[in-house]
Design a protein around this ligand. Sequence first.
Ligand code: SF4
Length: 385
Amino acid sequence: MQHAYRPEVAQAVQRYRHFIQEKIDHREELRRTSRPRSDRFHAWRQRQMVRTTSQLGFAKAHGIVHPLAAFELSKGCSVGCWFCGVSAPRLGDLFAYNDHNRGLWRDICAIWREEVGESAGQAFLYWATDPMDNPDYEKFCCDFHELSGAFPQTTTALPLRDVGRTRRLLQLSEERGCLLNRFSLLTLKILQRVHEEFSAEEMAFVELVLQIRKETESKAVAGRALERALKSGQAVETSTIACVSGFLVNMVEGSIKLISPCPASAEHPLGYRIYAQGSFTTAEEFRSQLLKMLASLAISVGPDDPVALRPGLDWAVSEKGLTLSSPYLLHHFPGLPEPALQRLGSLLAGGGQTASSLALQLDADLPTTFWLLNQMLKVGALEEG
Ligand code: SF4
């Protein structure tokens, strides 16, 4: 992509802007090119991207890459950030790199690669955890790289706990082709120390996420930041720090969940929705849970499938067809006479229908009705899960 440069802007600033634009382009490329092998998974992830735009707005939703998985290597987190968007509990057990766990982990990495295909590397090894809490984090990363195809990106709020270790991790990460890591910084003092400890070259591919209580807003109102805002009685626009449209796996408790980002709410306080969940103790159980969840994902609307509008959408009929709208996005669905579209909107909003029971009540062309329902599914306008 060509970028326009204004001659009055200093060269260093131009280069910096170019660098930022390259990162944005890379993020966009990841969103577009991560294509899981399963057609069901791919179609589901694509519609979660449209849904998040509809729920969060273009600016916020476009920053979400929708990686395919997050693997947690501990239970909880030692940092205890005041704003933690996923309300991480206190640090509990760690997934130690012993013989049993190493074998289980390597088998799971291999299965993940087999079932998801070339995009399996679009995953990372933390969530409501800090990677540096696990002393064997780097070993797990190396296994993941070897078996799933990519060295996972790291975000840590503990870059100074052991500066030598952080420096070695940055080197390892660069050697193995990981393009970007992030430090989450909680105080100005930590920010200053990071600049003292690490050189500009070392920090070139490390993003600094400033989460300094008084000086910066929390990254998103979700989790603990949401609890705090609600306690203070402020009116807040909720958001999310969740980014995965795929699987959240905790290796300590052997849990697997299918999740996707949404604005935090009383129903989904952590800023993501859980579509399915299960547990495993062996790698083959992990595989069967994964396959079961993938098989449950709709790829089209069949006659017996329940159909209802996703909560938060309004509907209206005009010359443009049936319009489904959120605060951020409109979708028009033309193709049927106005009375049939009125009935379609009303039945979808009321819920409790299958596709065939709804279609039969419209008294309209059946193929067009099913085509419209499938178009709605495609843009995440129908309730799922
Ligand atoms: S934001 Fe990250 S580092 Fe902070 S408590 Fe939550 S999981 Fe831990």
